[in-house]
Design a protein around this ligand. Structure first.
Ligand SMILES: Cc1cc2nc3c(=O)[nH]c(=O)nc-3n(C[C@H](O)[C@H](O)[C@H](O)COP(=O)(O)OP(=O)(O)OC[C@H]3O[C@@H](n4cnc5c(N)ncnc54)[C@H](O)[C@@H]3O)c2cc1C
Length: 400
């Protein structure tokens, strides 16, 4: 007799979301975690959930210019709308999920909805420079965006640097990442799942089926199905099943500060830097692209220079940050597919009838976790991809 229906390796946002959604189908799972719930990237993220207006605009732009919509970091294949579905349906699910987690898991995940403002320079307003490409999409009403002129911006942020003359706004959700990950786990437990401390070190198999998960303690967990949701370490886990999962491992960092008088609840994106006020009054200063460094050796040390550069760049954008005090500087490793930097891998493992993989969520795993968990649970329970997302899941399935 199996110990449970499904064994999931990794108690991050992805593994816990799968367990929670399996629980909603009445399916019992055991989530195996070698550290503790949400100790890795899932507990340290900025945890913003932007409405995917940029990926939509990129997809429209590529479609209109006759290019493959998949090459802008979206899944390969003709349909960019299916990528949009994964992101947008998670965005739409998060407010409801916050209520479910409060009720079932007893955790307030500090969900908040605010405006995200992409700041624009004079050149960008004229359609040139880094974010200028977005302006025509806003003007055509092709994406869900608003506009703030220089005066309106300064009504909200009086000390904003003069070089920013306008802003394109769009909706953005956010959560507290550790509370969210813990809340998902506790909600899953409420529905019958168990989170078990232990390190997965191998699998037992018979023919084309996985029969058990081997733990370092010597324990052996049997189940009908097995899911690898171990973030960057998924590659190691998959290698025990002779499946090669190419992995790019990046370190992303997050600097949290607190201001005595707080900041308006509105995110500012200025070039590579983001200033993100959180529901609890703290403010995250983050470097978007420069924040990630390649770490194939799983080195988790933080970069002091990056922290100092981020703080000084953000101070220039918004001098009001001068009063800020450092609360925390933290970071962790992200898993990305070298083939397509923003494309997750989600689906059945090649050659294994009852093995599944959920990884490569990069810098968007909190955002995508509601839909990813829901879809993988449905795939496991029904044995086939749901019709509404069949095309997308086909694009995200691990290559065989
Ligand atoms: C600084 C930073 C900012 C971010 N900002 C955002 C953001 O704003 N929005 C967003 O959507 N995403 C953001 N992310 C990305 C997001 O955090 C990740 O995509 C997401 O957390 C990945 O979740 P996961 O469950 O796949 O992996 P992880 O959180 O890495 O969880 C994997 C778990 O597997 C466990 N594990 C590994 N090997 C084993 C084993 N052998 N046995 C047992 N357990 C094992 C690990 O201990 C770990 O707990 C950010 C990340 C960072 C670091």
């Amino acid at each position: 007799m199996p110990n449970c229906d499904v064994v999931i390796v990794g108690a991050g946002a992805i593994g816990n979301s799968i367990a929670y959604h399996l629980g909603k189908h009445g399916v019992d799972s055991v989530v195996v975690e070698r550290e503790s719930i949400g100790t890795r990237a899932s507990g340290k993220a900025w945890a913003v959930i932007p409405y995917p207006q940029k990926s939509m605009a990129q997809a429209i732009s590529r479609y209109l210019s006759g290019q493959d919509a998949g090459t802008a970091g979206t899944p390969e294949g003709p349909s960019a709308s299916s990528w949009h579905d994964l992101v947008a349906s998670s965005y739409d699910r998060m407010p409801g999920l916050a209520l479910e987690i409060a009720e079932r898991g007893g955790v307030d995940i500090e969900y908040g909805e605010s405006l995200h403002t992409s700041l624009l320079t004079e050149a960008e307003v004229d359609g040139k420079g880094r974010d200028g490409w977005l302006v025509p999409y806003h003007q055509a009403g092709a994406i869900e965006t608003g506009w703030l002129d220089a005066r309106q911006l300064r009504e909200v942020f009086p000390s904003l640097h003069p070089k920013w003359v306008a802003g394109i706004t769009s909706p953005q959700g956010q959560v507290e990442p550790y509370k969210y990950t813990l809340g998902l786990a506790q909600s899953a437990e409420h529905l019958g799942a168990r989170v078990k401390q232990g390190e997965a070190v191998g699998f037992t198999t018979q023919g084309d089926r996985i029969t058990g998960l081997q733990l370092a303690s010597g324990e052996h967990l049997e189940a009908d199905n097995f899911v690898i949701a171990a973030g960057p370490w998924s590659r190691v886990l998959a290698s025990y099943l002779d499946v090669d999962v190419p992995m790019l491992t990046l370190m992303a960092e997050c600097t949290r500060v607190q201001l005595p008088s707080g900041l308006p609840f509105q995110t500012l994106e200025a070039g590579d830097y983001w200033i993100i006020p959180k529901v609890n009054g703290e403010v995250i200063l983050s470097a978007y692209e420069g924040s990630a460094s390649r770490r194939d050796d799983f080195n988790e040390s933080l970069t002091e220079e990056l922290k100092l550069k981020t703080v000084s760049e953000c101070l220039e954008i918004l001098p009001a940050l001068e009063e800020a005090k450092l609360v925390e500087h933290r970071g962790d490793l992200l898993a990305l597919s070298p083939a397509s930097l923003e494309r997750p891998t989600l689906g059945r493992l090649p050659t294994w009838k009852n093995g599944y993989l959920a990884t490569h969520f990069g810098g968007t795993g909190i955002m995508m976790s509601p839909a990813a968990g829901e879809l993988l649970a449905e795939l496991i329970v029904t044995g086939r991809p749901p019709l509404r997302a069949a095309q997308m899941l086909a694009a995200l399935t691990p290559p065989g």
